[in-house]
Design a protein around this ligand. Structure first.
Ligand code: SF4
Length: 368
């Protein structure tokens, strides 16, 4: 398998109780290049997660090659998912990363089932598929290739500039299936960005990734999420944000105010106490009744944002009326035209290389 030949600087055998319950733990790895981070390599039993209809999200299936995220955003709403692994939603979420080393192989098998209906699949809905670990484990090329070869539309949301590595493969995939790309970029103040997203690439690097995706023929969206009350919701900050996004060539934006689910809430308030103690009282009041900012705040924010979007000529991405989440082209299952043209030999070779010859041969008769 692709991960078995990796050279490790150090490794440690042993199982965490929660991991042992949920997965087959292969090993725990710590290396000097990722100081302070432990990678728990597991054998996943499944790759595709079905999203319950009750969640009212605009996608029915997701893949999360990693759990936990070294981008370490203080406000990350996925933090609590780490508690199911007997890890905590704070520091452990940032530093104890679960790696599904066999995810691409498992995915290929799932996609080959006659029952798979090629519903669109979303990546980056829970943790970031292009977080730093991806540079080491290289799981995404196999996932992208498998989805494209099976005729399954896909969307990717990330803060990781490593996405650029896979643009040629994504172009090849887009010749076969709808592919939507989006970057999450919410903070246009370098000092604040480093403080609140300490492990994520800089805003400038993410804008450059948007420009690269546009140059590769995509129409990437930017998620300006979350807008942080009293920190990034000034007219001046939003003006700068939408101006830079427009310059980078994004096709559309989505924005929403911060929400603070349990797990993220405690971690965010601890950060606020340290970095902006003057705001703690106001935040407690704003988020007293709900995890979401009150309707009055959201209405106030919308009134501020609308003219700025117009000013910079940035479209607001179509969103689901029920959830406010982006309704992507890939998720609607529209025909693939992003990279233009008919399936070609170059893209076949690229996909086949990522899938491995045997799998590609098995899929080729019907899917290429
Ligand atoms: S990049 Fe996304 S998944 Fe990772 S910590 Fe930040 S918000 Fe969470």
């Amino acid at each position: 398998m692709r991960w078995s030949g990796q050279q490790l600087d150090s490794e440690q055998q042993g199982a965490l109780p929660g991991l042992a319950r949920l997965h087959d733990l292969v090993r725990t790895v710590r290396t000097p290049e990722f100081a302070g981070i432990a990678f728990h390599e597991v054998l996943a039993k499944s790759a595709l997660n079905h999203v319950p209809a009750a969640a009212a999200l605009p996608f029915g299936w997701t893949i999360n090659p990693y759990r936990g995220c070294s981008h370490a955003c203080v406000f990350c709403f996925a933090r609590r998912t780490h508690e199911y692994l007997d890890l905590d939603a704070g520091r452990d979420f940032d530093e104890q990363i679960i790696v599904k080393v066999n995810v691409a192989e498992v995915l290929q098998k799932e996609l080959a089932r006659p029952s798979w209906q090629r519903h669109p699949v979303a990546l980056g809905t829970n943790t970031d598929p292009y977080q730093r670990a991806e540079g080491r484990y290289r799981l995404m090329p196999g996932i992208i290739a498998a989805l494209a070869a099976s005729g399954t539309p896909l969307s990717i949301l990330s803060k990781g500039t490593l996405l650029r590595r896979d643009l040629p493969l994504l172009q090849a995939a887009a010749e076969r299936v709808p592919v939507d790309l989006a970057m999450s970029i919410a903070v246009f103040d370098p000092e604040l960005q480093k403080s609140i997203e300490p492990g994520a690439p800089s805003t400038e690097a993410r804008l450059a990734t948007i420009a690269a995706a546009r140059d590769a023929g995509f129409a990437p969206s930017v998620f300006v999420m979350p807008v942080l009350p009293w920190l990034t919701d000034s007219r001046e900050h939003l003006d700068r944000a939408f101006g830079r996004i427009a310059e980078a060539g994004a096709g559309s934006v989505v924005y929403s105010a911060l929400h603070l689910r349990p797990g993220a809430r405690e971690w965010y308030f601890a950060w606020l106490e340290r970095e902006h103690p003057d705001l703690v009282g106001r935040y407690r009041e704003l988020y007293a009744g709900s995890d979401y900012a009150p309707k009055e705040y959201r209405t106030w924010l919308a009134a501020k944002v609308r003219p700025l979007l117009r000013k910079h000529g940035v479209d607001r991405a179509p969103t689901e009326p029920t959830t406010g989440a982006i309704r992507s082209r890939a998720l609607r299952g529209a025909p693939a035209t992003l990279a233009g043209g008919r399936p070609g030999a170059d893209s076949d070779r690229m996909l086949a290389a990522e899938l491995g010859a045997a799998a590609a041969d098995a899929l080729q008769p019907t899917l290429f």
